[in-house]
Design a binder for this molecule. Structure first.
Ligand SMILES: Cc1ncc(C[n+]2csc(CCOP(=O)(O)OP(=O)(O)O)c2C)c(N)n1
Length: 673
């Protein structure tokens, strides 16, 4: 022992009931201490505190197969307190995930490593969802557990029958999103969801009593959960609680009393161990107390073997599952696998073409939210993996298709989720459904309340999860509900999220096209901004080309050489069209570009962009703030839109009041010539 060893008065650790399991847990502790120390950054406390729980779960209960990490019927493990990422990386390494090498652990938090500061889905197999923003993983897990039940009903428990296990900390439970997640899970009775709360009474500022005095067990019970308290370092108590949870008819909280940085001589049980390297002396002391005599990053053979055995446990179970999958009727099996591969069914494109023709036959002058509803009536028939919902705005969002039945507690055969007034919980649950696999979730609310869901929308984009947000009432056009409900900055804010495709269709045909594009993009979320108010049908030409596919296109070319280009989105495209006519009467030649999706247009070939935008001066029209429009308008352009919040009045009165009219657009065009 070095001279830095802690003084001998530090109390010895209580003996473990199962010394072998304790040594396996100590391997996790050592890896966490060593990796954080090497990186000079990270969170050793949580991995050391939850190592015993993780060891019991991974060696005796969790069904997983490191050699087939995408096995659809694996149990899902979510590390919601993602700052403890080294716990997950240590587990993946020790149980034999090939891409989680010792070298990756040594490069914890370094550029290009799989071992990011917080677990990022896609960086390494076995990371089910991206966590770090506290509470998100917990809320994702509700979607995962729900997806499991829905898929089981559709394909049978012989091929879908797994649990969702979650590690969550005080931070996750303090976040508001936990309220929505717990409430929804309790309401739906998701009894295969098991949450381990790291009840260590410590967060960053110090003891949790500084900021919170909730009785969490009572709180969970009030949400309809089964909840119990155990000692999180007692391996038998952990195993017994998991067994009880398996028999429960409700979602389960296991409140685990733990010591943060268990084993550290002076920092255990203190906030000092939360998010900083322990330091050489403390680590040496911890090694001594834990009886761990190995040098940094060295795992003794016997312990390595034990962990590998734990990792291999699932192989036989997985092979038996393969057999059961093979015995499904060929068509069912093919459908199951198609959905796992996230491929769309063959009928989608034809159905979209039909819907567009129907809109044109009927000369549909309807709101784009209504058009979206009509599209969904068709889509839900041809895309069985679509599962819809709304945050209590179903009649406004037009999200429920005719043949969709509600999902309810005990009956998961429906395909429509009543998320209740829980926008954030809805978005996070949809992330969980999407990353679980087997479904494409969509869910609605008002566009203004995208703010309530934004942290989860950001994570949809971050993870590349195919989640479709149906956000209606997309401007002052919604009218009388007034400025609290009228989005003005939201389109700009949403377009600022990298990887999110924001669609604002101009008429029913574009609405159908945008749905098709949203579905086709397997690795990104989409957000449809839809009107409350009716709009004229602008797209009358026949054909099955998706003209929105490049994000923007010339809806109406100038008659002769262009003098000005009017670029608009959504409801303002018809405003631009009327302005174009007025200008034509004066002999001025204007083209109208409809640009339903900026992100797609940005990705379009340069030549195409140039051809669409032209070289004439440009006027942008959008009933929203100008922020971001400069990229299309250049230094010579003009913008007609909003400069502040809206007002409470009928929509038809608000457009003239705020100067978003064909006359103003024409005036702006003239001023540029
Ligand atoms: C939404 C969000 N807010 C703040 C943080 C920063 N943060 C990370 S961990 C933490 C404290 C969490 O305490 P607890 O869950 O008890 O973790 P423990 O100290 O037990 O490891 C905070 C505030 C975050 N990651 N996410």
């Amino acid at each position: 022992m070095s001279n830095d060893a802690p003084d001998a008065t530090v109390a010895p650790l209580p003996a473990a009931r199962d010394p072998k399991l304790r040594r396996m847990a100590n391997a996790l502790r050592a890896l966490a201490m060593d990796a954080v120390e090497q990186a000079k950054s990270g969170h050793p406390g949580m991995p050391m505190g939850m190592a015993d729980i993780a060891t019991v779960l991974f060696t005796q209960f969790l069904r997983f197969a490191p050699r087939a990490p995408e096995w659809p019927d694996r149990d899902r493990f979510v590390l919601s307190n993602g700052h403890g990422s080294m716990l997950l990386y240590g587990l993946l390494h020790l149980t034999g995930y090939r891409d989680m090498t010792l070298d990756e652990l040594k490069r914890f938090r370094q550029l290009g490593s799989r071992t990011a500061g917080h677990p990022e889905r896609g960086h390494a197999s076995g990371i089910e969802t991206t966590t770090g923003p506290l509470g998100q993983g917990l809320a994702n897990s509700v979607g995962m557990a729900l997806a499991e039940r829905m898929l089981a009903i559709q394909f049978g428990e012989e091929v879908v029958d797994h649990h969702t296990y979650v590690f969550a900390g005080d931070g996750c439970l303090m976040e508001g999103i936990s309220h929505e997640a717990l409430s929804l899970a309790g309401h739906l009775g998701l009894n295969k969801l098991i949450v381990f709360w790291d009840d260590n009474s410590i967060s960053i500022d110090g003891p949790t009593e500084l900021a919170v005095s909730d009785d969490q067990v009572t709180r969970f019970r009030a949400h309809g959960w089964a909840a119990e308290r155990i000692d999180g370092h007692d391996q038998e108590a952990i195993a017994a609680a998991i067994r009880r949870a398996h028999a429960s008819d409700r979602p389960n909280l296991i409140a685990c009393r733990t010591t943060i940085a268990f084993g550290a001589p002076t920092k255990a049980g203190t906030a000092a161990a939360h998010g900083s390297p322990l330091g050489a002396a403390e680590i040496a002391g911890a090694r001594e107390r834990l009886g761990w005599n190995e040098p940094p990053f060295v795992i003794p053979d016997d312990i390595r073997v034990e962990w590998r055995v734990a990792g291999a446990r699932g192989e036989a179970v997985r092979r038996a599952w393969e057999q059961r999958l093979q015995s499904l009727p060929a068509e069912r099996r093919a459908e199951f696998m198609r959905r796992q591969r996230r491929e769309l069914p063959a009928g989608l494109d034809g159905a979209i073409t039909e819907v567009c023709k129907e809109f044109q036959r009927a000369n549909a002058k309807i709101a784009t939210r209504q058009a979206s509803g009509a599209v969904l009536d068709t889509l839900t028939r041809v895309v069985p993996e679509l599962v819809g919902g709304s945050a209590d705005l179903t009649p406004s969002n037009n999200t429920k298709a005719k043949d969709q039945k509600d999902i309810r507690r005990g009956d998961f055969s429906g395909r429509y989720i009543r998320y209740g007034v829980r926008e954030h919980g809805m978005a996070a649950a949809m992330n969980g459904i999407a990353v679980h696999g087997g479904f494409i979730p969509y869910g609605g609310t008002f566009l203004t309340f995208s703010d309530y869901a934004r942290p989860a929308i950001r994570l949809s984009a971050f993870m590349g999860a195919r989640v479709i947000y149906v956000m209606t009432h997309d401007s002052i056009g919604l009218g009388e509900d007034g400025p609290t409900h009228q989005p003005v900055e939201h389109l700009a804010a949403l377009r600022a999220i990298p990887g999110l495709f924001v669609y604002r269709p101009a008429d029913p045909v574009e609405t159908a096209e945008c749905w098709q594009l949203a579905l086709r993009r397997r690795d990104a979320p989409a957000l449809l901004a839809l009107t409350r108010q009716s709009l004229p049908l602008l797209r009358r030409e026949a054909g099955s080309d998706n003209r929105s596919a490049h994000g923007g296109y010339v809806l109406a070319e100038a008659e002769g050489a262009r003098q000005v280009t009017l670029i608009a989105t959504g409801s303002e495209v018809s405003v631009a069209m009327t302005a174009r006519e007025a200008l034509a009467k004066e002999g001025l030649r204007a083209a109208v570009v409809s640009m339903p999706c900026w992100e797609l247009f940005e990705n379009a070939p340069r030549e195409y962009q140039r051809a669409v935008l032209g070289s004439a001066p440009r006027v942008g029209v959008e009933a929203a703030v100008e922020f971001g429009w400069d990229r299309w308008l250049g230094s010579r352009g003009a913008f007609i839109g909003m400069t502040g919040f809206g007002a409470s009045a009928p929509g038809e009165a608000l457009f003239p009041h705020f100067g978003i009219t064909p006359e103003r657009v024409a005036e702006a065009a003239r001023s540029l010539l």
